[in-house]
Each structure stands twice: as C-alpha cells, then as structure tokens.
Design a protein around this ligand. Structure first.
Ligand SMILES: Nc1ncnc2c1ncn2[C@@H]1O[C@H](COP(=O)(O)OP(=O)(O)OP(=O)(O)O)[C@@H](O)[C@H]1O
Length: 338
C-alpha cells in the first residue's frame, strides 16, 4: 500500500531514506525511537507512522514527557484511583489506557525521571500497567513510539537514562536529519509555508528572489523546519512587495552565513539611549494596553527572544530567562507558541 505522507514536505535523498524505513516499520507493532534535533518534524513523522499502521482507526495519544512535572506525569501516563493523592477526587484512566488498541507517543522521553523509566519498561515488557494507588494490574495493547532530541546513548553513559529501557525503545531507530542536510527541501518548504501564510493572511502572493533563495540554502537552520516556518510567517506579515529580497530576511541569517546585514532605509532605527530605560505609563497607553496585557506582552517578547537566541532549545531558553523548563512550556502553550 502507498504511504500516506500527507503534510510532510521534502524530496531529499536523506528524507526518502526515512520514508523507506517508515514504510517497512509502519505495518508492524515494533517500538520505534525517533531522534533528531528540535523542530525537524519528529511529531509529524510519528503521526504519519500511526496513520500508516493497522492501528490507524484507533487512538493516537501524544504526551510530552518534558512538559509535565514528575509528580503529575506518572498519573497522566498510568492513571490514578480515587484518593490516591490529595487531589485525586475521582478515578482517572491514564494515557496508556486511552491509547488501548492504538499508539502512544512519548515525546521528549529523554527528559523522563529514572524512577518513571522503570514503569515504562514494565509497560513495554509486560504490556500491563498499574494506576497510581491501584491494586490491580491492567493489560493494555499499545504500540509505543518515543522521540527525543537528546543523544540517549550519552544519557545512558551519564546514568540519566536506563540502558535496558534504551534498548527496548530503540528496536527501530528512525533519525530525522537536520534541515541543513536536506538540500533543496529548504526551498520546497519555504515556498510551501510562504504560500500558506499569504493565503491565511489574505495577502497577495509573495515569492523569494534568487539571492534570497541562495541565502536560505546557505543558512544553517539551527531551529530546523520550525524556524523556517517562523521566518516565512514573518515575511508574509512584514514584506509589502511581491518579491522578498535578501534585506527582508532576518539579520540572523546574514550573521550565520558571514555577510553584513542589508537594511532597508525605513528599517534603520534611531540608536537607543545608552543604559536601560524603564517603560513609562505613556508607553503603556501608546500601546493601548492595560497593565496586565502590557506585562504579558513584555513577557511574551522576552520569551520569544530567548527562544530565538537558543535556537528553539527550551532548556536553554528557560535558563536564559531564569524559569523552569516546565514553566516555560506552560507559558508558550498559553500563547500558542508551541
Ligand atoms: N517535512 C515537513 N513538512 C512540513 N512541515 C514540517 C515538516 N517538518 C516539520 N514541519 C513542521 O515544523 C514544525 C515542527 O515540527 P515537529 O513539532 O514535528 O518537530 P519536532 O522535531 O517534534 O520538534 P520538538 O523536538 O521541538 O518537539 C511543525 O509545525 C511541523 O508541522
């Protein structure tokens, strides 16, 4: 049967190789471990895996193991009985039970606590789970697919990841290459995202000039496809002409490829006064915002800047702004930045 790769753009040989393995592994029940840098499309690939498997008509249940605090993660995964802990006012099934007959996607598995890793191992080996505070064991029929942007072999060596779980998960490894290794896929993706964003913003179509295309091909894309989509959305909003020129691209690209940024005259901002200047009441009024929204906007801008500077690596971004990674993720979700 032909693979249904709806929504996954790219025709590079490295991606074709991923699809070749996907076609073989999708019809089986084997555990798959998807690796790749942040933003390479791991979740998209896992959804395609489920869609092309015999489990396609049953549930696909994703869970981001890095976004949920340890205390809650166990009950999210395995469920809990009424009274198991202070806020357990009713019995609740976990994601493994909800995925019965289907696929569970354990995203960011490398972030999981060692003590929970044992329980995942048991679910994989025995195909049974136990709710928090439960007294009986439940059989579940779930295909497990996990993803990580960490090098789990390094994590195993450092004692942060169980070796037995690593081997159990890594039955079929699928590695998504970074965008910089996908050649002209960059342009295929750029054209796709540009036309999508122009359509959704009901603006006239925008194309990329030859030189802008060359620059996109040379850039190293540390944030991968997510970063590319982001840049194209920004272009669709900010570029008024019908052809985007190099000077319309983010400065970051110029720095990365070792060129001096070109600035449009209108973009040249007057130099900021030296030192930090606290926003004034007038700044807030000029923006037409009340205090809460004004502060939220400032917070949002700082989070975006931290994410950009850390190339989308959430641990690093959280560290830059001095909050926990889980808090950062909650804030990004609230702003629909995730
Ligand atoms: N080949 C592709 N074609 C079209 N869109 C893509 C492709 N790869 C990734 N994307 C888009 O890029 C964004 C990031 O992809 P995704 O969330 O799957 O990455 P990820 O590797 O799981 O990231 P993270 O490790 O940060 O969770 C999504 O909006 C996704 O739809």
């Amino acid at each position: 049967m032909a693979l249904n790769l709806d929504g996954i753009i790219g025709g590079s040989p490295v991606l074709a190789e991923v699809f070749r393995v996907l076609a073989k592994v999708a019809p089986t029940d084997s555990t798959v471990l998807v690796t790749g840098e942040s933003g390479t499309g791991k979740e998209l690939l896992v959804r395609a895996l489920h869609r092309n498997s015999p489990r396609r008509d049953n549930a696909f249940v994703p869970i981001n193991c890095g976004a949920i605090p340890r205390e809650l993660l166990e009950s999210e995964l395995f469920g809990h009985e009424k009274g198991a802990f202070t806020h357990a006012i009713r019995t609740r099934p976990g994601r493994f039970e909800l995925a019965d007959g289907g696929t569970i996607f354990l995203d960011e598995i490398g972030e999981m606590d060692l003590s929970l890793q044992v329980k995942i191992l048991r679910a994989l080996q025995e195909k049974e789970i136990e709710r928090v505070g439960g007294i009986c064991i439940k059989k579940v029929d779930v295909r497990v697919v996990a993803a990580t942007n960490r090098d789990l072999e390094v994590e195993v060596k450092a004692g942060r990841f169980r070796e037995d779980l690593f081997y159990r998960l890594n039955v079929i490894p699928l590695h998504l290459p970074p965008l910089r290794e996908r050649g002209s896929d960059v342009l295929m993706l750029a054209d796709h995202f540009l036309s999508c964003h122009c359509r959704t913003k009901s603006r006239k179509p925008l194309t990329l000039s030859e030189r802008a295309r060359e620059m996109l091909l040379t850039y190293s894309w540390p944030g991968n496809v997510r970063e590319l989509e982001n840049f194209m959305e920004r272009l669709a909003i900010l570029c008024d002409s019908v052809e985007a020129m190099p000077e319309d691209l983010p400065e970051k690209i110029f720095h990365d490829i070792g060129e001096k940024p070109l600035r449009r005259e209108a973009d040249v901002v007057p130099p900021r006064p030296a030192g930090f200047v606290w926003p004034t009441l007038k700044d807030m009024e000029d923006k037409g915002l009340k205090l809460k929204d004004f502060l939220e906007t400032i917070e949002g801008r700082l989070l975006e800047e931290a994410l950009e500077q850390s190339d989308g690596v959430k641990n690093k971004a959280a560290e830059m702004v001095g909050i926990k990674r889980t808090t950062l993720i909650e804030k990004l979700k609230k702003r629909e930045l995730l």
